[in-house]
Ligand binder design. Sequence first.
Ligand code: URA
Length: 350
Amino acid sequence: MSRIFINYRRQDSEGYVGRLYDHLAQHFQRDDIFMDVDSIKPGADFVSKLEEAVAACDVDDTGARRLDQWNDFVRIEIATALKQNKLVIPVLVGQARMPLPTDLPEDLIPFARRNAIELSHQRFAYDIDKLIGVIKETVSSHARKPGTDSDTVRRKEGLLKAVRDDLVNATSSPLYQVRIDNRAFPVLGEGNADAHILFIGEAPGKNEAEQGKPFCGPSGEVLEEMLRGISLKREDVYVTNILLDRPPEKRDPTPEELAFYTPFVDRIVDIIQPAVIATLGRFAMQYMIKKLDLPEKKSTISQIHGKLIKTRLPYGEIHVVPLYHPAVVLYSASQKETLRKDFEKLKLFI
Ligand code: URA
C-alpha cells in the first residue's frame, strides 16, 4: 500500500493541513498518512526519524517553503523525499508561489520542477478533489517504472534487435576482421529499450567484447556504483558506446571507425528516444555536441562535465549531460566525488 507524508510548517499552514488530513483520511487508510512530528519521542534523533518516516511513504504533500537552515525539518523532509525518489506534490496554500530553482539550496533544486497544485479555503472541496484525484492517479502510475508500458518496450526491443542484426552482419566495418580474428562479439548495448536516460560510452573493452555486453568490466562496476548512488539500476537505463566493436590495444577510436559506427548509435537514439543522453568520456561527448550543433563545440570535458545542455531532437526536447568516463575513477580515486556529484544531476530526470 502507498503511504502519504504531509510535510508542512504549523505556523504557515495548520488551518489547511487539518482539513487536508481529514479529507485524505476519507480516501486512504489513516495508518498510511503521516503528518506530524508529534509522534517522534522527545530525545529521539529527529533527522533519522524523519528520514525513516519519509522512507516509509510514497507521496509527500508539501505546504510551505523554508529553505536555508540545514536542520529545518521541512527542508529535511523534502530533501529526503527527493533523495529517495518519492513522488513529491507541492501544495500551495494562501499566497504561496513555487520557488525558482535558483532560490533553492542544491538538495532542493529538483523540487522546483515538481508540478504544484493550489488549495484555497474558498474552493476547498473542489481543490481537494483535484488533489486526491492526482494522488490516486500518480500513486498508481508512480509504481510503474519507465518502460513498463510493455507494448512500447516490446516494439522498441524488436527495433533494437534489427539494429543488432545489421551490426552483426556489418562485414564492411573497419573492426570486423579484428572481431573475427579475436572471436569477439559486437556490443550494441543493453538495458531498458524505453529508458529515460541513455548512457553512451567509448568502446567495448576486452570483457565487453568477450561477453557482447557493454560496461561489464571494472568501468562497469564504477558505472553501477554511480547508478546505485542515484537509486537507479542498470535495468532502468540503456547503456551503449560510440564504437560498437572493440578496437585493438585499447587505442582511441579513429575517425574512420567513428564514421562507421555513429549511424548505428543514431538509430539507437531514435528508437529509445531518451529524455537525457549522458555521454561518458570525451569521444561520445564530442560526437553528440557536433551532431546536435551545440554551442559547447570548443569546450573540453573538464569545462562542461555535469552541465545540463538543453537541446532538441526530432522527437522532442532532450538534455545532453557530459560526464567523465567511469574509468577515470580507476586511474584517479579522487575523481570519484566529481563523478558522483555529476551523476546527482541526473536525478532531475528520474
Ligand atoms: N569502456 C567503455 O567505454 N565502454 C564499455 O563498454 C566498457 C568500457
